[in-house]
Design a protein around this ligand. Sequence first.
Ligand code: KIV
Length: 284
Amino acid sequence: MTSGEQPAPYGSGTTSTGRRPGRIRTHHLQQLKDDGGRFAMLTAYEQYSASIFDDAGVEVLLVGDSAANNVYGHNTTIPITLDEMIPLCKAVSSSAKRAFVVADLPFGSYEVSAGQAVASSVRLMKEGLVSAVKMEGGRRYAPYVQAMVDAGIPVMAHIGFTPQSEHALGGYRVQGKDTAGQAVIDDAVALAEAGAFCVLMEMVPAEVAAAVDRAVPVPTVGIGAGNATTGQVLVWQDMMGLGTGKSPRFVKQYANLHAVMSDAAAAYAQDVRDGSFPGPEHSF
Ligand code: KIV
């Protein structure tokens, strides 16, 4: 793929030069921003979701620390550790053939120093096989981003509402309202200047996210941040309707997997109880 060419959507066959589109790289995401395009990002934590989303053409897969909630059953993202993230990263990275795979630096794996951030990122890339890391936090982390980028680690910055700081922020709350909007823009500019290849914003007013997108040259991603960002991200269990709890306002539900799986499990259990499964066709 030449540098001026848009990455073709997955499954669309070949590029205009007749070659199959290759793996998505940071420069393809940058090209999308430069060309006024957009890209999709979803979380993934294991092989089936990763390969389904990859085949469907989702450009970026995030092994989010939301695995704390969606894999390990915690109420917040805080408890998940680097050691718990790495096997999930490896499963997703090994299953995605085209998507760009990014992993979260979990809480406690980077805050102490730039050196700690580099060392934890190296583990995610070397053992988890991901292509980039995402790090929560504002301009205080700009020197860390610079050290990580110097070490060859692509960094996606995560600003606005940062779930690892939910106790410090007083719960799930929109960040950057009214006069606080400028601080979000300042965070984004500092992190992009430090070398972040992308800035993700969570739960910020749409006009603040739009101003960030104008203020930084790199692509932006939104979750609850309106429609002006280069990319959008959702947690897959939320957008597929796997859970039963109340969804945040920013989630659009595209399927009802909870009902599909619950009906299938109940039908299977009933078949076992009444003796209709296994039938002769399932027996040797
Ligand atoms: O861990 C995660 O799923 C995330 C998204 C909410 C962006 O960080």
